[in-house]
Design a protein around this ligand. Sequence first.
Ligand code: CIR
Length: 264
Amino acid sequence: MSHSYQFSHAITRKPSPEVVAGLRAVDLGAPDFALMLQHHSDYIAALRATGAQVIELDALPAYPDSVFVEDTALCLPEGAVIMRPGAPSRLGEAAEMAPHLAQLYRQTVQISGADSFIEGGDILVTGHEVLVGRSARTNAAGIAELAALISPWGHRLREVITPEGVLHFKTDCSLLDADTVLATRRLAASGCFEGYRVIEVAEGEEACANTIRFNDAVIAPAGFARTMARLTEAGFKVVQIGNSECAKLDGGMSCLSLRFTPQP
Ligand code: CIR
């Protein structure tokens, strides 16, 4: 089903200067804010070049990680589900996103259990199902709530495992078309993509597993030539965007937008 990669809309949020205080697993130095802004505007231009409408939200200095909007919601054609991020410093970001999605969708629902945690980065919507990786940010209660919310919309959820020490499920994979994924070898080896065609990222290029298929383009981080050659050879149109600064905060291409086509 093309709803998993054909989109009329995207939402992004401008980084605030506070982004330099964003969460990170390993400190690789402070991101260069000016360069991040440049990369962010290149990213938005790449989304727009596919014909989509991109809604750019204002920066939220109270939430250093708020540029990574993907973690705040799951957007399906039938409605949007507002997440409950597992990182305490990010919990309030979801409520900031909710009114924007309420303007675009007929239905928005939310993960609400006090013990439920789930972040969009752990969710991969393919042409056939919704894969959700349990992780340090996404727990069983959050996954169960999501399954119950999207089942009436006809979506089947399958729980998978985000590899130990990896931030999100999609840190290690991306959808390329309804039944093709790009994945690291460690994730592919877990067996979670049985039935899909898997293109593995080149050894040493694990940091480029997080791309987005957005309309006719695969938008990927710059600097991973061997994997990009594999994608081009497989027939995908690749657009490369600098990601050096967001990468210092464990962020990639998918984190920077919500992508969707709301049903009328
Ligand atoms: C965080 O640790 O929450 C942010 N620094 C990075 C979030 C990346 N989001 C994503 O992969 N969906």
